[in-house]
Design a binder for this molecule. Structure first.
Ligand SMILES: [Zn+2]
Length: 286
């Protein structure tokens, strides 16, 4: 039995970052969005993605990768949510993702299992569960299929429609980046240990390595602080990194995410969130 705190009654509001909330509001205000969402469902793309994923992966269960399945079950208990399906697929680039609007699932790439230990997997699976619980999957799927959907809707032609398309693309990718900060918090709520969550982020950033024992959490955090405070990144640097490169990134830079997790803990909001539920658990135990 683990001594992880069960967060009975947790809602996505408890871990949603302000930036995520803000970006989602902005995204929902884009007039083209409902049209794209309707087309996504009309074409049955959610089911298509689900079937494609299942066809390409091994589904975990009590008799298939029980270690991973048990981490999933316990993580769902902590976040107080239904258990989605869990898959593993062969891929040398370590990562994981959540999919399935109607039937949610998490897919782990094989190399992430080599890159992370079990405790770090709690963070990773907690992160993906955080996406599912916060209903991020619909807009992620839309983002994944955005260009084909826009093609079908005739929105990718030269002309007046371009501005609407550009606004939607920007808002979707901006929200997608901000959603990661919320999901990282969910990962932390499952790992219930900042060091573990930071190590998971380092593992994801550095990738598998025979020299993993030489990785330093302190040096990584120090790097995050240096990155934030770097003078060349003021104004012009930020404009280049975020406005030009960042536009096409669906994930914020890992170093930025590490800093955000660290800040959520140091500003006391993490322990405040846990404390909200610890009383309930004491009551349940009594
Ligand atoms: Zn994510």
């Amino acid at each position: 039995m683990s001594d992880r705190l069960i967060l009975k009654g947790l809602t996505s509001d408890d871990y949603m970052s302000d930036a995520d909330r803000w970006a989602l509001k902005k995204l929902k205000a884009i007039p083209l969005l409902p049209k794209v969402v309707a087309k996504f469902f009309e074409l049955g793309l959610d089911r298509w993605l689900y079937c494609y994923n299942m066809g390409m992966s091994v589904r975990c269960g009590p008799n298939q990768y029980p270690t991973l399945y048990n981490i999933l079950v316990e993580s769902c208990e902590v976040l107080d949510m239904p258990i989605p399906e869990l898959y593993v697929t062969n891929n040398p680039f370590p990562n994981a993702f959540a999919g399935g609007v109607e039937r949610p699932y998490i897919t782990l790439r094989s190399s992430i299992i080599e890159t992370m230990n079990d405790e770090q997997m709690y963070h990773l699976i907690g992160h993906e569960l955080g996406h599912i619980k916060a209903n991020h999957v619909l807009y992620f799927s839309i983002g994944f299929l955005l260009y084909p959907l826009l093609d079908i809707l005739g929105q990718r032609t030269l002309g007046a429609s371009d501005i609407a398309t550009y606004a939607l693309t920007l808002a979707l990718f901006e929200w997608s980046r901000q959603a990661e900060f919320s999901a990282d918090r969910a990962g932390l709520l499952v790992s219930q240990n900042l060091e573990t969550s930071l190590d998971a982020m380092i593992a994801l950033t550095a990738g598998p390595s025979r020299l993993r024992h030489e990785l330093s959490r302190e040096a990584f955090l120090e790097q995050a602080r240096t990155y934030q405070g770097a003078a060349p990144l003021d104004k012009l640097g930020q404009a280049v990194v975020f406005a030009v490169i960042g536009k096409t990134l669906t994930h914020p830079m890992p170093i930025h995410r590490a800093q955000a997790m660290d800040r959520w803990v140091t500003n006391g909001l993490y322990s405040k969130t846990l404390a909200k539920f610890s009383h309930e658990n004491v009551a349940r135990a009594g």
